[in-house]
Ligand binder design. Structure first.
Ligand SMILES: Nc1ncnc2c1ncn2[C@@H]1O[C@H](COP(=O)(O)OP(=O)(O)OP(=O)(O)O)[C@@H](O)[C@H]1O
Ligand SMILES: [Mg+2]
Length: 297
């Protein structure tokens, strides 16, 4: 499957038939086991005299193997919610459930165990690596974390080579380099190579394609969908781009000012939007087949 810049911004109805979606579009994920849920999840920030309710009492149910997009404009609370899902930030209120049970990450051992199940690709790949660790050790850590500590050196090298080639990187060219010696696009691909090795149950991708060109962006999305198909991973995809969300997702949650204003199956939410905010997001998508009206500019 290829998603390029044109299909990603096209009007959903126009090209719907031509898109080969990574999964089974009609699958009912509500029958699958629960992976991650939240009830009343809230995060308030206090800075000086200002109080910001970044995430405001959100409820969600993400199922095994489901690809969920969380869509909203800048500042709507998407990254704050991701940090809470990852356990990097405590909710001020509400509760997160992992596989149906209240999530317990109260000790560092429990946190480590939780992170075996959930991994992320961040908006800014530069912040995701320890700059003093060479790329080999970034990938070796993944093999060790996923139970491969006792494998031979050759086996580990073969796994790292496979993971790099999965994302079109050459392991031989990366060994002995530091993360800051890579381009933004290479770093993002390295992040996906890590996921390939770790094979978490849940992958959270916060605008993972923000730093790369349209062509690499399509390739990366393709890789994410391949990963999902190969491993039955649950993918939570965070984006501004409702057109892209429509093409890749099973379910969509629309976020405005920290609240989910609408959620459901991607077809339902995007083809038959109910909330005014969703309608506006959809109408903001450039329509490539319509002439541009510049008279209002
Ligand atoms: N550490 C913090 N301290 C104070 N306010 C914060 C903090 N982190 C986020 N906020 C505020 O919370 C709100 C939501 O921010 P968040 O980063 O979650 O938005 P976002 O949807 O990810 O935006 P973007 O699409 O630009 O990445 C914003 O008003 C932001 O200023
Ligand atoms: Mg963000």
């Amino acid at each position: 499957m290829k998603i390029d810049e044109n299909t990603a911004v096209a009007q959903p109805q126009d090209t719907r038939e031509s898109v080969t979606f990574g999964g089974d579009r009609n699958k009912d994920f509500s029958q699958e086991p629960l992976c991650l849920s939240g009830r009343g999840v809230t995060r308030v920030f206090h800075t000086g005299k200002t109080t910001t309710v970044a995430v405001d009492h959100v409820d969600f149910d993400f199922h095994k193997g489901e690809l969920i997009s969380i869509v909203g404009e800048s500042g709507s609370g998407k990254t704050t919610l991701s940090k809470m899902l990852l356990g990097l930030l405590e909710p001020s209120e509400g509760e997160i459930f992992f596989k149906g049970e209240p999530r317990d990450i109260s000790t560092s051992a429990k946190k480590k165990e939780y992170w075996r199940g959930i991994q992320a690709i961040f908006q800014d790949p530069f912040s995701s690596y320890n700059v003093f660790h060479k790329i080999d050790s970034v990938l070796l850590d993944c093999i060790n974390m996923s139970g491969g500590r006792n494998l031979s050196k050759d086996q580990k090298t073969a796994m790292m080579t496979e993971a790099c080639s999965f994302v079109n990187l050459k392991f031989a060219e990366l060994t002995n380099k530091y993360p800051f010696e890579l381009s933004g696009g290479q770093m993002q691909r390295l992040m996906i190579a890590r996921i390939f090795l770790l094979k978490p149950e849940i992958l959270l991708a916060d605008e993972p394609t923000s730093m790369i060109d349209a062509c690499s962006r399509a390739t990366i999305l393709d890789m994410l969908l391949n990963l999902r198909n190969e491993t039955d991973m649950t993918i939570i995809f965070i984006t501004h781009d409702i057109g892209l969300a429509y093409y890749i997702s099973d379910s969509v949650y629309i976020m405005e000012h920290g609240k989910f204003v609408e959620s459901g199956k991607a077809d339902q939410v995007i083809l038959y939007p109910q909330a005014a905010y969703t309608k506006r997001l959809i109408s903001d998508v450039p329509k490539i087949h319509e002439p541009w009206d510049l008279s209002t500019v």
